[in-house]
Design a protein around this ligand. Sequence first.
Ligand SMILES: CCCCCCCC/C=C\CCCCCCCC(=O)SCCNC(=O)CCNC(=O)[C@H](O)C(C)(C)COP(=O)(O)OP(=O)(O)OC[C@H]1O[C@@H](n2cnc3c(N)ncnc32)[C@H](O)[C@@H]1OP(=O)(O)O
Length: 220
Amino acid sequence: MTEQPDSGEAVSAQTFLDQPDHASGATELARQLRRIRGLVSGADFEDLSAEIELARELADRIENAATPHPPAQYDSWGVPEHIASNPVIGSRNPAAPPLDAVVFPDGTVRADLTLGVEFQGPPGCVHGGVVAMLFDEMLGLANAAAEHIGMTVDLQVTYSAPTPLDTPLRFEARQERVDGRKLWCAGTLHAGDTLCASVRGMFVTPRWMLDGDQSKPIEG
Ligand SMILES: CCCCCCCC/C=C\CCCCCCCC(=O)SCCNC(=O)CCNC(=O)[C@H](O)C(C)(C)COP(=O)(O)OP(=O)(O)OC[C@H]1O[C@@H](n2cnc3c(N)ncnc32)[C@H](O)[C@@H]1OP(=O)(O)O
């Protein structure tokens, strides 16, 4: 349970898109690979030749053990296997931060996270493209929370202050307006009290999705 700021009273938040660890251990493997990701991109080493051998052997072993599956089809959008590979929230994607979101009863989606050096753009700061990517996902989640989902057609990010690395960040997003298949959302990114960036996005529900169950992702 999380308290929503600015509301003046405690409001309970639900975990959004809960992703239980995969029975195979793939989720834990992704966590360990994220540790390596940060270390390799943000540290100096004397000699890594032994570790390279180890990593090559690990990659070979995983390749031999893997049964690759093709990318998801549109009709499986939002199922756990699809979400697992997502580059922003995918619990089994080592490239994902990952972003864990909660949703409040008013439909606000929030994610608290800290981004390390592997997400660096300007010195000491988060890359602006990474901020845009996280915003896109947050707005998509806000649409899912509102049970009107769509694909991004327009995303406008305003960067107001540098977004610091290694600092707790808070993303918030909500769906603001719906007009037929057109959806509008907005979001903010804060580091403490500093507004680092804000976003406005427009989404369109594809025609083929109109008769589908748009609440499915919430159960995901
Ligand atoms: C799909 C649901 C997803 C949700 C799943 C939730 C699961 C939860 C799990 C995990 C969270 C996921 C979170 C995802 C977040 C990531 C999102 C992305 O990265 S999306 C990839 C990037 N975006 C594209 O690739 C779109 C490419 N565009 C298209 O494919 C088409 O444009 C499409 C299907 C979106 C719309 O095409 P048409 O043919 O159905 O519709 P037309 O008639 O062209 O437009 C409808 C109305 O929208 C306006 N419109 C379209 N584009 C516009 C634009 N750029 N600006 C302003 N208006 C636009 C048009 O003028 C029209 O308006 P008038 O009805 O005439 O009033």
